[in-house]
Design a protein around this ligand. Structure first.
Ligand SMILES: C[S@@+](CC[C@H](N)C(=O)[O-])C[C@H]1O[C@@H](n2cnc3c(N)ncnc32)[C@H](O)[C@@H]1O
Length: 202
């Protein structure tokens, strides 16, 4: 089955979980990943990889000894990734982003450099969205970042509540236009002052 057909099929079966009818466009993927410094990255987590459009682009940027832990609740997507991306740096986990800390502990990591989210925050139950934002802030090392792409600003308040600094961007040249967020964890534990910046993107 083609990745696009699998994506559409899973959206029809689980609209709130998948949250979009088509995978993210390559323009939005590069716009989110390009501003990040990928040197010296040891471990990255991806939430909601789906058919792997971001996964492949993250792997292109990662060094040979780094690890990418991709977590998705949908077993069809996890099995698709395991079959179609043969890369020893990729660890595919069937589970929820809300359990990121337990998943990291199981894989032998205390904290990660970046977490990249494709989760449909606006269609998740609010308590789950809150739990994921808080667990993510705990799982990222001081100075690390939570990178998020969405089609609305819904997630912003959760980012500002958990991260020291939130930069925003917008990609107009994709359908629908994508909102991008780079939320940085403060260097001191507990720092949560919001300092919103705006980046002009694409
Ligand atoms: C909008 S799709 C994004 C897919 C892909 N990253 C892309 O950009 O095309 C959302 C993905 O999040 C997954 N998902 C939804 N809730 C989740 C959760 N609590 N934990 C992990 N993955 C979840 C869905 O199964 C789906 O793969």
């Amino acid at each position: 089955m083609s990745p696009k057909f699998l994506f559409l099929q899973q959206f029809i079966r689980h609209p709130r979980m998948v949250g979009s009818v088509i995978p993210t466009s390559d323009i939005a993927i590069h716009a989110l990943l390009d501003p990040v410094d990928w040197q010296d990255v040891r471990c990255v987590v991806e939430y909601g990889p789906g058919t792997g459009v971001f996964t492949r682009r993250i792997l292109e940027r990662l060094g040979p000894d780094a690890r990418l832990i991709a977590i998705d609740t949908n077993p069809m997507f996890v099995s698709h990734l395991r079959q179609h991306i043969a890369d020893p740096r990729l660890i595919c986990v069937e589970g929820s982003a809300a359990d990121v800390e337990a998943i990291l502990a199981r894989e032998g990591f205390e904290a990660v450099d970046y977490i990249i989210s494709g989760l449909p925050f606006s269609t998740l139950p609010p308590a789950v969205a809150d739990d994921i934002a808080a667990a993510t802030a705990r799982a990222i090392r001081p100075g690390g970042q939570f990178l998020v792409y969405q089609y609305s600003r819904f997630v912003l308040s959760r980012l500002e509540a958990n991260f020291a600094n939130v930069a925003q961007g917008m990609v107009w040249r994709c359908i629908p236009p994508a909102r991008l967020f780079w939320a940085r964890k403060g260097n001191e534990a507990g720092a949560a002052l919001s300092d919103a910046e705006s980046l002009a993107v694409a």
